[in-house]
Design a protein around this ligand. Structure first.
Ligand code: PMP
Length: 373
Protein backbone atom coordinates (compact mmCIF):
# COMPACT_ATOMS: atom_id res chain seq x y z
CA UNK A 1 0.00 0.00 0.00
CA UNK A 2 1.15 3.54 -0.71
CA UNK A 3 -0.62 5.93 1.63
CA UNK A 4 -0.37 9.56 0.53
CA UNK A 5 -3.20 11.02 2.60
CA UNK A 6 -1.36 11.89 5.81
CA UNK A 7 -3.16 15.22 6.08
CA UNK A 8 -6.49 13.43 6.42
CA UNK A 9 -5.08 11.36 9.25
CA UNK A 10 -1.84 9.62 10.22
CA UNK A 11 -1.38 6.02 11.35
CA UNK A 12 -0.74 5.70 15.07
CA UNK A 13 2.88 4.86 15.95
CA UNK A 14 3.39 1.50 17.66
CA UNK A 15 5.16 3.09 20.61
CA UNK A 16 2.30 5.58 21.04
CA UNK A 17 -0.28 2.80 20.89
CA UNK A 18 1.73 0.82 23.45
CA UNK A 19 1.69 3.79 25.81
CA UNK A 20 -2.07 3.98 25.37
CA UNK A 21 -2.47 0.27 26.18
CA UNK A 22 -0.07 0.37 29.15
CA UNK A 23 -1.74 3.46 30.62
CA UNK A 24 -5.19 1.85 30.20
CA UNK A 25 -4.02 -1.17 32.18
CA UNK A 26 -2.09 0.60 34.91
CA UNK A 27 -4.08 3.75 35.69
CA UNK A 28 -7.59 2.42 36.21
CA UNK A 29 -8.77 5.15 38.57
CA UNK A 30 -10.90 8.10 37.55
CA UNK A 31 -8.74 11.23 37.84
CA UNK A 32 -11.75 12.96 39.43
CA UNK A 33 -11.97 10.41 42.29
CA UNK A 34 -10.64 11.51 45.66
CA UNK A 35 -9.04 8.16 46.58
CA UNK A 36 -5.45 7.05 45.99
CA UNK A 37 -6.12 5.50 42.56
CA UNK A 38 -7.79 8.72 41.45
CA UNK A 39 -4.76 10.61 42.74
CA UNK A 40 -2.36 8.45 40.72
CA UNK A 41 -4.39 9.05 37.58
CA UNK A 42 -4.56 12.77 38.19
CA UNK A 43 -0.81 13.05 38.78
CA UNK A 44 0.02 11.11 35.61
CA UNK A 45 -2.28 13.42 33.62
CA UNK A 46 -0.58 16.44 35.25
CA UNK A 47 2.82 15.05 34.20
CA UNK A 48 1.65 14.57 30.59
CA UNK A 49 0.22 18.10 30.55
CA UNK A 50 3.49 19.48 31.91
CA UNK A 51 5.35 17.68 29.13
CA UNK A 52 3.06 19.23 26.51
CA UNK A 53 3.61 22.69 28.03
CA UNK A 54 7.38 22.18 27.98
CA UNK A 55 7.41 21.02 24.37
CA UNK A 56 5.27 23.90 23.13
CA UNK A 57 6.74 26.39 25.62
CA UNK A 58 3.31 27.45 26.86
CA UNK A 59 3.64 27.80 30.61
CA UNK A 60 1.04 30.55 30.95
CA UNK A 61 -1.63 28.54 29.11
CA UNK A 62 -4.27 25.99 30.08
CA UNK A 63 -4.24 22.74 28.12
CA UNK A 64 -7.82 21.51 27.85
CA UNK A 65 -8.36 18.05 26.37
CA UNK A 66 -11.13 17.72 23.81
CA UNK A 67 -12.20 15.01 21.36
CA UNK A 68 -10.27 16.67 18.53
CA UNK A 69 -9.79 19.90 16.66
CA UNK A 70 -13.43 20.12 15.56
CA UNK A 71 -14.50 20.31 19.20
CA UNK A 72 -11.68 22.74 20.04
CA UNK A 73 -12.65 25.05 17.18
CA UNK A 74 -16.34 24.89 18.08
CA UNK A 75 -15.64 25.58 21.74
CA UNK A 76 -13.35 28.53 21.11
CA UNK A 77 -15.65 30.32 18.69
CA UNK A 78 -18.93 29.65 20.46
CA UNK A 79 -17.52 30.29 23.92
CA UNK A 80 -15.82 33.56 22.95
CA UNK A 81 -19.02 34.72 21.22
CA UNK A 82 -21.16 33.75 24.17
CA UNK A 83 -18.86 35.20 26.85
CA UNK A 84 -17.86 38.43 25.08
CA UNK A 85 -21.00 39.28 23.08
CA UNK A 86 -21.43 42.52 25.01
CA UNK A 87 -17.98 43.62 23.82
CA UNK A 88 -18.83 43.20 20.16
CA UNK A 89 -20.28 40.96 17.52
CA UNK A 90 -17.59 40.83 14.85
CA UNK A 91 -15.25 37.96 14.03
CA UNK A 92 -12.47 38.30 11.48
CA UNK A 93 -11.30 35.27 9.55
CA UNK A 94 -10.04 34.15 6.11
CA UNK A 95 -11.36 32.30 3.10
CA UNK A 96 -8.93 29.48 3.88
CA UNK A 97 -10.48 27.95 6.95
CA UNK A 98 -11.43 24.35 7.67
CA UNK A 99 -15.10 23.35 7.68
CA UNK A 100 -15.01 23.13 11.50
CA UNK A 101 -14.48 26.91 11.51
CA UNK A 102 -16.62 27.86 8.50
CA UNK A 103 -19.69 25.96 9.68
CA UNK A 104 -19.46 27.34 13.23
CA UNK A 105 -19.13 30.87 11.89
CA UNK A 106 -22.16 30.31 9.64
CA UNK A 107 -24.04 29.22 12.74
CA UNK A 108 -22.87 32.28 14.71
CA UNK A 109 -23.99 34.52 11.83
CA UNK A 110 -27.52 33.23 12.36
CA UNK A 111 -27.17 34.28 16.02
CA UNK A 112 -26.46 37.87 14.94
CA UNK A 113 -22.66 37.87 14.71
CA UNK A 114 -20.91 39.54 11.76
CA UNK A 115 -18.18 37.61 9.97
CA UNK A 116 -15.52 39.71 8.20
CA UNK A 117 -13.05 38.18 5.75
CA UNK A 118 -9.50 39.44 5.48
CA UNK A 119 -8.05 39.76 1.96
CA UNK A 120 -5.21 37.56 0.79
CA UNK A 121 -2.49 38.40 -1.73
CA UNK A 122 -1.68 36.59 -5.01
CA UNK A 123 0.04 33.83 -3.01
CA UNK A 124 -2.91 33.37 -0.66
CA UNK A 125 -1.08 35.06 2.23
CA UNK A 126 -3.09 37.33 4.54
CA UNK A 127 -2.81 41.00 3.59
CA UNK A 128 -1.56 42.55 6.85
CA UNK A 129 -2.83 46.07 6.00
CA UNK A 130 -6.28 44.69 5.32
CA UNK A 131 -6.05 42.79 8.62
CA UNK A 132 -5.35 46.07 10.48
CA UNK A 133 -8.20 47.82 8.64
CA UNK A 134 -10.69 45.10 9.42
CA UNK A 135 -10.15 44.81 13.17
CA UNK A 136 -12.90 47.14 14.37
CA UNK A 137 -13.68 48.28 17.93
CA UNK A 138 -16.29 45.53 18.14
CA UNK A 139 -14.15 42.70 16.70
CA UNK A 140 -13.84 40.12 19.47
CA UNK A 141 -11.93 37.36 17.68
CA UNK A 142 -9.52 36.84 14.81
CA UNK A 143 -9.36 33.19 13.73
CA UNK A 144 -6.71 31.97 11.30
CA UNK A 145 -5.57 28.52 10.24
CA UNK A 146 -1.76 28.21 10.38
CA UNK A 147 -1.55 25.68 7.52
CA UNK A 148 -4.37 25.14 5.07
CA UNK A 149 -5.27 21.45 4.93
CA UNK A 150 -5.82 21.32 1.16
CA UNK A 151 -2.87 23.28 -0.19
CA UNK A 152 -0.37 23.38 2.69
CA UNK A 153 -0.30 27.19 2.61
CA UNK A 154 1.48 28.47 5.73
CA UNK A 155 0.36 31.85 7.09
CA UNK A 156 2.80 34.24 8.85
CA UNK A 157 1.24 33.59 12.25
CA UNK A 158 3.87 35.48 14.27
CA UNK A 159 3.43 38.65 12.21
CA UNK A 160 -0.36 38.37 12.43
CA UNK A 161 -0.20 37.78 16.19
CA UNK A 162 1.91 40.92 16.70
CA UNK A 163 -0.78 42.96 14.96
CA UNK A 164 -3.76 41.43 16.79
CA UNK A 165 -1.95 41.92 20.12
CA UNK A 166 -2.38 45.68 19.72
CA UNK A 167 -6.17 45.35 19.96
CA UNK A 168 -6.74 44.53 23.59
CA UNK A 169 -10.43 43.70 23.21
CA UNK A 170 -9.79 41.17 20.46
CA UNK A 171 -8.58 37.57 20.93
CA UNK A 172 -6.44 35.65 18.46
CA UNK A 173 -7.17 31.99 17.68
CA UNK A 174 -4.98 29.78 15.53
CA UNK A 175 -6.14 26.41 14.22
CA UNK A 176 -2.78 24.59 14.25
CA UNK A 177 -4.18 21.19 13.35
CA UNK A 178 -2.13 20.91 10.15
CA UNK A 179 1.07 22.57 11.41
CA UNK A 180 1.73 20.80 14.71
CA UNK A 181 4.58 18.33 14.24
CA UNK A 182 5.39 19.73 10.78
CA UNK A 183 6.60 23.27 11.47
CA UNK A 184 7.25 25.04 14.77
CA UNK A 185 5.21 28.14 15.52
CA UNK A 186 5.78 30.51 18.41
CA UNK A 187 2.69 30.67 20.64
CA UNK A 188 3.38 34.02 22.30
CA UNK A 189 0.67 36.59 21.47
CA UNK A 190 -1.77 33.81 20.55
CA UNK A 191 -4.77 33.46 22.86
CA UNK A 192 -6.24 30.15 21.68
CA UNK A 193 -4.86 27.19 19.73
CA UNK A 194 -6.57 24.04 18.44
CA UNK A 195 -4.78 20.79 17.66
CA UNK A 196 -5.57 17.13 17.11
CA UNK A 197 -3.45 14.05 17.93
CA UNK A 198 -4.42 11.98 14.89
CA UNK A 199 -2.59 14.44 12.63
CA UNK A 200 0.75 13.67 14.32
CA UNK A 201 0.68 9.88 14.69
CA UNK A 202 -1.36 9.87 17.88
CA UNK A 203 -4.51 7.95 18.67
CA UNK A 204 -7.78 9.23 17.17
CA UNK A 205 -10.30 10.80 19.53
CA UNK A 206 -8.27 13.43 21.36
CA UNK A 207 -7.20 16.99 20.74
CA UNK A 208 -6.40 20.10 22.72
CA UNK A 209 -7.83 23.50 23.21
CA UNK A 210 -4.94 25.62 24.43
CA UNK A 211 -5.99 28.85 26.11
CA UNK A 212 -4.12 31.72 27.75
CA UNK A 213 -4.66 31.12 31.48
CA UNK A 214 -6.02 34.58 32.26
CA UNK A 215 -8.83 34.38 29.68
CA UNK A 216 -12.15 33.24 31.06
CA UNK A 217 -14.71 31.64 28.74
CA UNK A 218 -18.02 29.91 29.25
CA UNK A 219 -17.50 26.18 28.53
CA UNK A 220 -19.38 24.49 25.72
CA UNK A 221 -19.78 21.27 27.69
CA UNK A 222 -21.09 21.69 31.22
CA UNK A 223 -20.82 19.16 34.04
CA UNK A 224 -18.60 18.48 37.04
CA UNK A 225 -15.37 20.45 37.42
CA UNK A 226 -13.17 17.51 36.42
CA UNK A 227 -9.47 18.35 35.87
CA UNK A 228 -10.69 21.62 34.33
CA UNK A 229 -13.96 23.50 34.49
CA UNK A 230 -13.63 24.15 30.75
CA UNK A 231 -14.34 20.58 29.64
CA UNK A 232 -16.26 18.34 31.99
CA UNK A 233 -16.25 14.56 31.97
CA UNK A 234 -13.84 11.84 33.03
CA UNK A 235 -10.46 12.75 31.54
CA UNK A 236 -9.44 10.16 28.88
CA UNK A 237 -6.15 9.33 30.60
CA UNK A 238 -4.75 6.81 28.08
CA UNK A 239 -5.50 9.19 25.20
CA UNK A 240 -3.81 12.04 27.07
CA UNK A 241 -0.68 9.94 27.71
CA UNK A 242 -0.62 8.89 24.06
CA UNK A 243 -1.09 12.49 22.85
CA UNK A 244 1.78 13.79 24.95
CA UNK A 245 4.06 10.98 23.71
CA UNK A 246 3.09 11.52 20.05
CA UNK A 247 3.76 15.24 20.44
CA UNK A 248 7.18 14.60 21.99
CA UNK A 249 8.14 12.25 19.16
CA UNK A 250 6.82 14.64 16.50
CA UNK A 251 8.83 17.55 17.93
CA UNK A 252 12.04 15.54 18.27
CA UNK A 253 12.48 15.23 14.51
CA UNK A 254 10.59 18.18 13.03
CA UNK A 255 13.57 19.64 11.13
CA UNK A 256 15.00 16.33 9.96
CA UNK A 257 11.56 15.20 8.76
CA UNK A 258 10.90 18.55 7.07
CA UNK A 259 14.03 18.26 4.91
CA UNK A 260 13.35 14.65 3.98
CA UNK A 261 9.75 15.49 3.00
CA UNK A 262 10.91 18.53 1.03
CA UNK A 263 13.14 16.24 -1.01
CA UNK A 264 10.23 13.88 -1.79
CA UNK A 265 7.97 16.81 -2.60
CA UNK A 266 10.47 18.19 -5.11
CA UNK A 267 10.75 14.85 -6.88
CA UNK A 268 6.96 14.59 -7.25
CA UNK A 269 6.64 18.23 -8.36
CA UNK A 270 9.35 17.88 -10.95
CA UNK A 271 7.80 14.77 -12.49
CA UNK A 272 4.20 16.03 -12.41
CA UNK A 273 5.00 19.40 -13.94
CA UNK A 274 6.01 17.61 -17.17
CA UNK A 275 2.38 16.82 -18.01
CA UNK A 276 0.59 19.47 -20.10
CA UNK A 277 -2.69 19.09 -18.24
CA UNK A 278 -1.30 18.84 -14.69
CA UNK A 279 -0.93 22.05 -12.67
CA UNK A 280 0.83 22.38 -9.35
CA UNK A 281 -1.40 24.56 -7.16
CA UNK A 282 0.72 24.56 -3.99
CA UNK A 283 3.22 27.43 -4.18
CA UNK A 284 6.51 28.15 -2.40
CA UNK A 285 4.63 29.46 0.67
CA UNK A 286 3.20 25.98 1.22
CA UNK A 287 4.75 23.38 3.49
CA UNK A 288 6.16 20.39 1.54
CA UNK A 289 3.99 17.86 3.40
CA UNK A 290 1.00 18.83 1.23
CA UNK A 291 1.07 19.04 -2.55
CA UNK A 292 -2.08 20.18 -4.29
CA UNK A 293 -2.44 19.63 -8.03
CA UNK A 294 -5.17 19.96 -10.66
CA UNK A 295 -5.61 17.75 -13.68
CA UNK A 296 -7.65 19.73 -16.14
CA UNK A 297 -10.60 18.05 -17.84
CA UNK A 298 -10.38 15.09 -15.48
CA UNK A 299 -12.69 14.42 -12.57
CA UNK A 300 -10.56 14.28 -9.38
CA UNK A 301 -12.67 11.42 -7.96
CA UNK A 302 -11.87 9.37 -11.08
CA UNK A 303 -8.16 9.73 -10.40
CA UNK A 304 -8.54 8.91 -6.70
CA UNK A 305 -10.48 5.75 -7.51
CA UNK A 306 -8.14 4.75 -10.33
CA UNK A 307 -5.13 5.03 -7.99
CA UNK A 308 -7.03 3.12 -5.33
CA UNK A 309 -7.14 0.13 -7.74
CA UNK A 310 -3.35 0.05 -7.36
CA UNK A 311 -3.48 0.44 -3.57
CA UNK A 312 -2.42 4.10 -3.69
CA UNK A 313 -4.37 6.59 -1.58
CA UNK A 314 -4.58 10.32 -2.22
CA UNK A 315 -7.42 12.75 -1.64
CA UNK A 316 -9.67 15.02 -3.68
CA UNK A 317 -9.91 17.77 -1.07
CA UNK A 318 -9.75 17.87 2.69
CA UNK A 319 -11.57 14.80 4.06
CA UNK A 320 -13.99 17.14 5.83
CA UNK A 321 -14.93 19.52 2.99
CA UNK A 322 -18.09 19.16 0.96
CA UNK A 323 -18.08 17.22 -2.28
CA UNK A 324 -19.10 18.67 -5.64
CA UNK A 325 -18.06 22.16 -4.65
CA UNK A 326 -15.00 23.94 -5.93
CA UNK A 327 -12.15 24.19 -3.47
CA UNK A 328 -12.09 27.68 -1.94
CA UNK A 329 -8.51 27.09 -0.78
CA UNK A 330 -7.31 26.24 -4.29
CA UNK A 331 -9.26 29.17 -5.76
CA UNK A 332 -7.50 31.53 -3.31
CA UNK A 333 -4.14 30.35 -4.71
CA UNK A 334 -4.96 30.03 -8.38
CA UNK A 335 -7.95 32.39 -8.95
CA UNK A 336 -8.96 29.72 -11.46
CA UNK A 337 -12.33 27.98 -11.06
CA UNK A 338 -11.42 25.06 -13.32
CA UNK A 339 -8.37 24.29 -11.19
CA UNK A 340 -10.43 24.75 -8.04
CA UNK A 341 -12.96 22.19 -9.36
CA UNK A 342 -10.37 19.58 -10.27
CA UNK A 343 -7.90 19.59 -7.42
CA UNK A 344 -6.19 16.65 -5.78
CA UNK A 345 -4.15 16.52 -2.60
CA UNK A 346 -1.08 14.37 -2.18
CA UNK A 347 0.11 14.47 1.41
CA UNK A 348 3.40 12.90 2.38
CA UNK A 349 5.21 12.01 5.56
CA UNK A 350 8.62 10.99 6.88
CA UNK A 351 7.19 7.45 6.65
CA UNK A 352 6.87 7.81 2.86
CA UNK A 353 9.74 6.09 1.05
CA UNK A 354 11.42 6.82 -2.29
CA UNK A 355 9.99 3.49 -3.52
CA UNK A 356 6.49 4.69 -2.59
CA UNK A 357 6.99 7.82 -4.65
CA UNK A 358 8.38 5.91 -7.63
CA UNK A 359 5.46 3.51 -7.58
CA UNK A 360 3.01 6.42 -7.30
CA UNK A 361 4.62 8.30 -10.19
CA UNK A 362 4.71 5.24 -12.45
CA UNK A 363 1.07 4.43 -11.72
CA UNK A 364 0.04 8.06 -12.11
CA UNK A 365 1.66 8.13 -15.53
CA UNK A 366 -0.20 5.00 -16.62
CA UNK A 367 -3.53 6.29 -15.31
CA UNK A 368 -3.23 9.77 -16.80
CA UNK A 369 -2.32 8.41 -20.23
CA UNK A 370 -5.31 6.09 -20.13
CA UNK A 371 -7.73 8.70 -18.83
CA UNK A 372 -6.80 11.25 -21.45
CA UNK A 373 -6.70 8.79 -24.37
N1 PMP B 1 -8.75 21.95 11.37
C1 PMP B 1 -7.99 21.55 10.34
C2 PMP B 1 -7.11 22.55 9.65
C3 PMP B 1 -8.02 20.22 9.91
O1 PMP B 1 -7.27 19.82 8.89
C4 PMP B 1 -8.88 19.30 10.60
C5 PMP B 1 -8.95 17.84 10.19
N2 PMP B 1 -9.08 17.60 8.83
C6 PMP B 1 -9.65 19.78 11.66
C7 PMP B 1 -9.55 21.10 12.02
C8 PMP B 1 -10.57 18.86 12.41
O2 PMP B 1 -9.83 17.96 13.18
P1 PMP B 1 -10.47 16.69 13.91
O3 PMP B 1 -10.50 15.62 12.89
O4 PMP B 1 -9.54 16.40 15.01
O5 PMP B 1 -11.81 17.07 14.39
Amino acid sequence: MVYLDYSATTPVLDSVLNSYIEASKIYIGNANSIHKLGGYSRSIIDEATEQIKNILNIHDYDVIYTSGATESNNTIIKSVCYTYKNRGKRILTTNLEHSSIIEVLEFMKKQGFIIDIVKTDENGIIDLDDLKNKIYDDTILVSVCSVNSETGLLQPIEEISKIVKNYNKCFFHVDMTQSIGKVKINFSNIDFVSLSAHKFYGVKGIGCLIKKKKIVIEPLIHGGKSTTKYRSGTPPLPLIIALSKALRLAYEDVDKNYNYILNLNEIIKEKLSKYDNVFINSNNKCIPHILNISILNTKPETVVHALEQYDIYISTKSACSSVNKESQAVYELTKDRKKAMSSLRISISHLTTFEDINYFLKTFDYIIKNLTK
